[in-house]
Design a protein around this ligand. Structure first.
Ligand SMILES: Nc1ncnc2c1ncn2[C@@H]1O[C@H](COP(=O)(O)OP(=O)(O)OP(=O)(O)O)[C@@H](O)[C@H]1O
Ligand SMILES: [Mg+2]
Length: 513
């Protein structure tokens, strides 16, 4: 591999947005037959570099060559046609079309002008089989979880005859099994000579799959390294530009004394709650000050449970008590009225309003809870926004810019801030640290631990077992849309035990109350 000519070079790339220098003279080379990790903190410029490559943005300076010839794509379609296939960070598919249509949109197999539907479905099935994904290719894409949608986007990208495959955080909502499957496909494509550019915030994944690493910091190139020559600590230091000791200390602080029993009163208590074809009936009690983790594989029903508890989907069975009083969670307004907040995994569809400013996005839920006739006073807004911009290190720290101009990870933090300022009694967090860099992730985990110490109840949904284990007092395990166990997070519980529970669907343990 070494010694071969780069298939792609980017030299001296600079890109500014009003007030922000997103890229400053960046060089990047991609070799055929390698997986190359592009690393950096939230806002470092990774997605911008990719968008310059694929013609979403025009570069201010610098040049791009593909296969030795200088190129300047006018847009993603042209880039795809030239052999640069991309899965963007914000998966952009049509949820009202079928799975098969999404894979082949714009390049449907045709005969005499007519779409060959049977052929399209057959090829869609074959592609998904490569990713080990057994779903109905005729079903509307929107009926599947975000993770499945992400896999469909990947299937679409690997189908084209590409020389370069760009994957911007493709694994952010996948579980361990899906990631393994994706990596198998990536290795196979790499061995066939494809050049793969891979962005992730999961350091372990970098060391598992990447041959080389390029690090960006604040829009500048830090360096390019063979993975084998850059240990993990060194990588993090290059990403954050300082020594890691400060970060480790944070990490210690965030470690929740998870085994400590929770003394709080039951806050939310549901019996036999369920929704046909979404989640089997389950009982769950969440106490004040308690963090309940929700673990399970992709499609196991984690998000469905979260949505029922927020009234985003309506339960068709079961009873609900909040502070002992029977009630129902008909819709989100009812849930918010009971002090329940929900930070959705799908920031694009359900959360972030790109055109509104950071401030407006953060204030949104609080304002809705107060009613629109009682605007939050501007001074109070400034105070709150300032506090959370700082606590979550949202960057750039300018509350007046449109949130759509923030990097993906920073948008996620804005969404989290929105719910935190409403001071909910129960906060449902669905994948809150997805796409967030290692430093900010630690901060968010610490914040969750702090808030629960202060009495807030949290339902913490994450595909990352490690953070579920770190933060939760109790862990509810989902399998096949059923809550198969609730484990007190004591010494006997670790990732293996949870994986076994997921695999075996072991019996129900008594819920401490
Ligand atoms: N369309 C835009 N308008 C204005 N500023 C932008 C725009 N897109 C990106 N930026 C800014 O450029 C910088 C780099 O953002 P980019 O999205 O490339 O970061 P990233 O490395 O992909 O981060 P993340 O890990 O959070 O996805 C950030 O400061 C961001 O706010
Ligand atoms: Mg990005």
């Amino acid at each position: 591999m070494t010694g071969s000519q780069p298939v792609l070079t980017m030299t001296g790339i600079s890109k500014s947005f009003p007030g922000v220098r997103a890229l400053d003279g960046v060089d990047f080379r991609l070799l055929p037959g390698e997986v190359h990790a592009l690393m950096g903190e939230n806002g470092a410029g990774k997605s911008t570099l990719i968008k310059v490559l694929t013609g979403v943005y025009r570069t201010d300076h610098g040049a791009v060559t593909l296969g030795g010839a200088e190129v300047s794509f006018s847009g993603p379609m042209q880039a795809t046609a030239a052999g640069v296939s991309t899965v963007y960070q914000e998966v952009n598919l049509c949820t009202n079309l079928s799975v098969a249509e999404n894979i082949f949109i714009g390049r449907e197999p045709r005969r005499l002008g007519a779409v060959r539907w049977a052929e399209m479905r057959r090829r869609a099935r074959a592609l998904l089989a490569r990713l080990d994904l057994d779903i109905d290719v005729n079903a509307q894409l929107g009926t599947y979880s975000l993770a499945v949608q992400q896999m469909v986007a990947i299937a679409r990208a690997i189908d084209v005859e590409a020389r370069v495959l760009v994957l911007d955080e493709p694994t952010s909502s996948l579980d361990a099994g899906e990631v393994a499957q994706l990596f198998r496909v990536m290795r196979q494509l790499r061995d066939d000579g494809l050049a793969i550019l891979f962005v992730t915030h999961f350091l372990d994944q970098v060391y598992e799959i990447a041959d080389r690493i390029t690090v960006l910091r604040n829009g500048r190139l830090v360096g390019e390294y063979p993975t084998s020559e850059l240990p993990q600590l060194g990588l993090v230091e290059k990403m954050i530009g300082k020594e890691l000791r400060a970060l480790e200390r944070l990490d210690e602080q965030s470690r929740h004394d998870a085994a400590a029993p929770v003394e709080g009163a039951p806050l939310l208590d549901v019996r036999e709650l369920g929704r046909r074809s979404a989640v089997a009936r389950f009982d769950l009690t969440i106490h004040e000050g308690e963090v309940v983790g929700l673990a399970g594989l992709l499609g196991s029903g984690r998000t469905e449970v979260a949505r029922l508890l927020f009234g985003a989907d309506r339960a068709d069975h079961g009873s609900v008590r909040v502070h002992g009083t029977p009630t129902s969670l008909r819709n989100p307004v009812a849930a918010i009225g009971h002090g329940i907040g929900f930070c959705s995994e799908n920031r694009r569809a359900e959360g972030i309003v790109g055109e509104l400013s950071v401030r407006e996005n953060i204030i949104l839920a609080l304002q809705a809870a107060r009613g629109w006739l009682r605007p939050v006073p501007r001074r109070r807004q400034d105070e709150l926004v300032d506090r959370y911009v700082r606590a979550l290190s949202i960057r750039p720290a300018d509350p007046d810019i449109p949130v759509g101009n923030l990097s993906g990870g920073n948008q996620q933090k804005v969404l989290l801030a929105r719910w935190l300022i409403t001071e909910p009694r129960l906060l449902i967090l669905d994948e809150p640290t997805r796409g967030i860099d290692i430093g900010a992730k630690t901060e968010i985990q610490r914040l969750v631990a702090q808030l629960s110490d202060g009495g807030m109840a949290v339902l913490f949904v994450s595909a990352e077992l490690e953070e579920v284990l770190r933060l939760s007092h109790r862990i509810a395990v989902m399998r096949d849309r059923e809550m198969v166990a609730q484990l007190t997070n004591d010494q006997s519980v670790d990732a293996d035990r949870i994986m076994q529970t997921i695999a075996a669907g072991a019996g129900h343990e008594e819920v401490p109350s």
